[in-house]
Design a protein around this ligand. Structure first.
Ligand code: SF4
Length: 303
């Protein structure tokens, strides 16, 4: 874990957005491995199944909506000329970002019923103000924003993920940045953050043949930054771990054996009513989605 860092980019200066396991789409499309889905399977195979295969809708949380609006504000901010990216201007972007998120999502109005959207705006503005304590967006131009990245390891391990921002230094060094609107993980949960960072690094390596110079997770709630500088050998080892994990998922997918695994996150799980650990019964296993036609348009939540 580190505090704001300065890296050799000439242009230098956690709850995440709604992308996965959210309410709206229920189309059954070919699963792929993302940091979140990989974490689901490792934590509880049944949770993975209900999210990635059954695609049972989960209601969006207020925290997820707030995170999505923050991401939209930061994306809009970098769409402005550098000298216009003032903190006040960023604060003014909040209502527009909210309207955009609202237009794309059903059922989120009730999440802001208490206090109205202004209460949510205040929370978003506080997080955006925190961002300015960690980076100065007037001092660099991102190379990419909100990029969807896909890679196939060994031709048959599909990886997918969204990268919030990619910076490229004049010397070609590449930095990947992910905004988190939650707090930075304590020592017990750092492994999950590191897993995500390695996952992104590996995808960049396999799609661009570049080892990113730095991966950076920016935690806005407690103004902290987690950084990671990967090396190729470590990423090769990580690829073998992901390949083994995907094989385990395929094996479970073939048999339908996705056992529930009680864990500390059960209290936040939306599937308790379907979970044998809590007296529920899962729906009949629908089979591995690869057997079904793959939609041409994959919803973002499929990541
Ligand atoms: S409640 Fe716990 S054991 Fe049951 S599906 Fe959710 S995470 Fe798994």
């Amino acid at each position: 874990m580190s505090v704001p860092v300065s890296v050799p980019f000439a242009d230098d200066a956690a709850a995440g957005p709604i992308r996965e396991g959210s309410a709206a789409p229920v189309a059954r499309s070919r699963p792929a491995l993302s940091p979140s889905r990989a974490a689901d399977f490792k934590q509880c195979p049944l949770k993975y199944r209900l999210r990635a295969i059954d695609r049972i809708p989960e209601p969006p949380s207020r925290a997820a909506v707030r995170g999505t609006v923050v991401h939209a504000v930061l994306e809009d901010l970098f769409g402005l000329p550098a000298d216009e990216r003032q903190p006040q201007r960023a604060a003014e972007l909040v209502p527009g970002a909210w309207e955009r998120v609202r237009a794309e999502r059903d059922g989120i109005d009730e999440l802001v019923a208490e206090g109205g959207p202004e209460a949510l705006f205040a929370e978003v503005r506080k997080l955006v103000a925190s961002y300015y304590e960690l980076e100065d967006p007037r001092r660099f131009e991102p190379h990419g924003l909100e990029e969807r990245v896909e890679a196939d390891l060994d031709g048959d391990v599909p990886l997918r993920g969204f990268v919030d921002r990619i910076d490229v230094a004049p010397n070609g060094m590449l930095r990947v940045v992910d905004y988190k609107t939650g707090r930075s993980p304590g020592p017990l949960h750092e492994a999950r953050a590191l897993f995500q960072l390695k996952f992104y690094a590996l995808m960049i390596l396999r799609t661009r043949d570049i080892v990113p110079a730095q991966l950076r997770l920016i935690y806005l709630a407690d103004k902290n930054v987690l950084t990671y500088a990967p090396d190729r050998e470590e990423l090769d080892r990580f690829q073998r771990i992901l390949t083994a994990l995907w094989r385990a998922i395929l094996d479970a997918g073939a048999t339908g054996d996705f056992p529930p695994t009680r864990n500390a996150m059960c209290k936040f799980c939306d599937f308790k009513a379907l979970c044998p650990e809590f007296g529920g019964t899962p729906p009949p296993y629908p089979g591995w989605p690869e057997q079904l036609p793959v939609p041409t348009e994959l919803p973002p939540e499929d990541l």
